[in-house]
Write a protein that binds this ligand. Sequence first.
Ligand code: S3P
Ligand code: PEP
Length: 424
Amino acid sequence: MPASAPHWPAPTAERPVDAEVALPGSKSMTNRALVLAALSETPATVRRPLRSRDTRLMADALRSLGAQVHEDGEDWSVSPATLRGPVHLDVGNAGTVMRFVPPLAALADGDVRFDGDPRARERPVGPLLEALRALGADIDDGGRGALPMTVHGTGSLRGGRVELDASGSSQFISALLLSGARFTEGVEVRHAGPPVPSQPHLDMTVEMLREAGVQVDTSEPDVWRVAPGAVKTEAVTVEPDLSNAAPFLAAALVTGGRVTVRDWPRRTTQPGDALRDLFTRMGGEAVFTDAGLEFRGTGTVRGITADLRAVGELTPTVAAVAALADSPSRLTGIAHLRRHETDRIAALVREVNRLGGDAEELPDGLVVRPRPLHGGLFHSYEDHRMATSGAVIGLAVPGVEVEDIATTGKTLPDFPELWAGVLA
Ligand SMILES: O=C(O)C1=C[C@@H](OP(=O)(O)O)[C@@H](O)[C@H](O)C1
Ligand SMILES: C=C(OP(=O)(O)O)C(=O)O
């Protein structure tokens, strides 16, 4: 962010919101679709993709490796090609790029160097790199288990059986599965360790692989087997990003208003679908309509005790609502958030308390005891979900300013405009 960028005055809601919003596509589905398309035997169209920093970084990485990725109106068309280096890839701070692309790099012919934002060097990739080595890859990470690193691709990877601890990120497993069909022996991934977070994202990986004709066996807990074979992706339609629906549903909840998120799928693997239940427990009401999902606040905002391990990326918004509730909240199961875009547990506690709140860190989560809040600067830590959480608090607390609102461009470039539209 340029040092001179002004802080963003978060609009205060003067009345209950009453709006309909069309959200851009899911980051997680877009980046999976792009990876599968690049590995596919057939050209593919990715319909209604998200175009944001994280998905452009993925598209650029795949282009650099040789795939053709064209903007085709609203869609992305992808023509696979033989993957090759030498190439230098920028992962930004996109977990999906820093984890999903190294297995492709191992399948490429030539050296593939990975680096990214300073924070990307602090995010875990070690267990994934160890697993790739066990499957036959040659990777030079200077012994750090972190970026920067070089994958010395040889054009193929043996694959086979591997055990790893994926408690730090579900993306280690998704990464191995997404490319696994193209490994000579396929892949059998076994998790050993504390529970893997983000189960819906693993379900999303498995479902999208099966849609691409890949055989995936999930019959044994914590074991995933991908049979070797062709990937056949022709068209993928990306759903609206339900995790990015969180601040908009929160706006209905905290203002006692109403927001319809258009085209909310009736069935989905996206973790954001859990918002229907979480925010209902916090006092709102969710109903499906012909337009999508209508979410209503009732004037009451309750605290919640919830294990968010499966849906960790919803935590910043849930914590923001918790700071405005009428009773305490306890959010647990999310130790892995300490290595997300920022240490989200520390950041949320610091920012809520800076505005006069009473939040406290737990080893694996946080407690939020509501207190009257006052205005002030809400730091965003280059974290899109911290920035939108500041906006949620600002709805109810006059004088909140959010630092670096442009950081929402990681997954939701039009956030300020969409937010203004909901408040209009
Ligand atoms: O696979 C994915 O698309 C994601 C998995 C999750 O990662 P972790 O399991 O590392 O939390 C999630 O938080 C991230 O935003 C997206
Ligand atoms: C954790 C997140 O992103 P990433 O894909 O970079 O891990 C997130 O979007 O909340």
